[in-house]
Write a protein of this length. Structure first.
Length: 423
């Protein structure tokens, strides 16, 4: 104990100084337990958006492990972990149900719960469920799917176990890094399977979208993201319905509109627009991010993209704020189906790092720090034909992404009636 502690006035000053030093340390975040995660930046949210997670019959067969009588999907997602490491929010669309039994692929999708464990361990931390397959196994499976996602603590939006659940949760508020972002998820339909009144599937409906965006805005959110499951399948550019709905959502106040369902990647665009007060602000539109994983092998369907963007809150002197959308870019993923002695194995592979690491001219001594890193993520040695297919996918899709998108139709158009094939 310092000797001046015996002197009452000096002791009081000492205590005051100690308190001040402690408060300074707290303010600097220097006290263990109070420091923020180094990658976390206040007023910024980094997103990665992956496509449709399908679970076709051959994927279920390949995940089945007869030694435990269980399903293991971990190898499918093992290679994509680096894609989600640097983001705050990684979204994908769960295009199957979790019925707990009677698993099957197309046309009535139902996968084992362990699919979600593998999705989660890849780093994906938010799932959308409003899609044309959410009613495939009936209302009990729809409810069970949501319960399993809750049990596994992975947030979700788009389908709801009851009207009360819908009312409470359908404007999904994401609060992180001192930002609040509202997410809204809609599907064009449920493949003509009727939706019983006990459950709610968020359907594309202009009046509802308009109300939902307005209600999100009332809650003083920093941004509104609308997710659509829509469009005609197997097209490289958005159909008239997609273009119409995207413009509608933007007009009603969405900042970001993201799409899926066509099984093909379609173009994305960042736009600079003027808001109601005449300030420049930004919007981001992605018509379709394509598949994330499926057993589809036709050109364009054998992979998809992960779209990245960062929402940055900019406050002005008057206390208002605008939104910056920065870091918009994509990374393609391609699904490799490895043939094994007993069964196939599906792998989602990051295209860029695989092509960089498996260039024949890449000798170990010629490796830079960057190529060494990509080589680390590329662990599988692809056979020649697989590497060629991946290259073709890359070339095709990059070309699609450069194409221009036509304007929205002047007259409203109807959504797709039925899906064609495959999922
Ligand atoms: Zn779909």
């Amino acid at each position: 104990m310092p000797i001046f502690m015996n002197h009452p006035r000096l002791a009081a000053r000492y205590r005051l100084m100690a308190v001040l030093v402690w408060m300074c340390l707290l303010a600097w975040g220097a006290v263990p337990g109070f420091a923020e995660h180094p990658a976390t930046r206040s007023g910024e949210l980094r997103f990665a958006v992956a496509g449709d997670i399908m679970a076709h019959e051959s994927q279920l067969e390949s995940a089945y492990d007869e030694t435990c009588g269980c399903y293991n999907f971990q190898p499918v997602f093992a290679d994509v972990m680096p894609l989600f490491k640097e983001v705050d929010v990684a979204i994908a669309n769960l295009e199957t149900t979790l019925p707990g039994k009677n698993y099957s692929g197309y046309p009535a999708f139902g996968a084992p719960d362990t699919l979600v464990d593998a999705i989660q361990s890849s780093g994906i931390n938010l799932l959308t469920t409003a899609n044309n397959h959410c009613m495939d196994k009936g209302k009990d499976a729809l409810i069970r799917t949501l319960r399993v996602l809750d049990e596994k603590k992975i947030p979700h939006l788009g389908t709801y176990a009851s009207p009360a659940d819908y009312n409470q949760h359908h404007v999904f508020l994401l609060k992180k890094n001192d930002m609040t972002v509202a997410l809204l998820d809609y599907t064009y339909g449920t493949n003509d399977i009727p939706i019983p009144e006990e459950v709610v599937v968020s359907l594309i409906d202009k009046e509802k979208i308009s109300q939902d965006i307005a209600s999100a805005r009332k809650q003083k959110v920093d941004a509104v993201i609308v997710l659509f499951h829509f469009g005609r399948e197997y097209l490289n550019s958005p159909d008239a319905f997609q273009r119409e709905m995207v413009e509608f959502a933007l007009e009603k106040g969405a900042d970001v509109v993201l799409g899926g369902h066509p099984h093909h990647v379609q173009p994305y665009q960042k736009r600079t627009v003027k808001d109601q007060e005449g300030r420049e602000t930004q919007r981001l539109v992605a018509y379709s991010v394509g598949n994330f994983v499926s057993a589809q092998r036709k050109p364009y369907t054998d992979g998809g993209m992960v779209l990245y963007f960062t929402l940055v809150k900019k406050s002005d002197a008057a206390g208002g704020g605008t939104l910056d959308i920065t870091g918009v870019h994509h990374k393609l993923v391609w699904v490799y189906v490895e043939s094994g002695p007993r069964r196939k194995q599906f792998h989602i592979l990051p295209v860029e790092s695989y092509l960089a690491a498996q260039k024949p001219q890449l000798k170990p001594q010629a490796q830079t720090a960057q190529t060494a890193q990509t080589a680390q993520t590329a662990q599988l040695k692809l056979p020649k034909n697989a590497l060629l297919s991946m290259k073709q996918f890359n070339k095709r899709v990059e070309k699609v992404l450069k194409a221009k998108v036509g304007p929205a139709p002047k007259q409203p158009v109807a959504g797709p009636e039925k899906e064609l094939t495959g999922g």
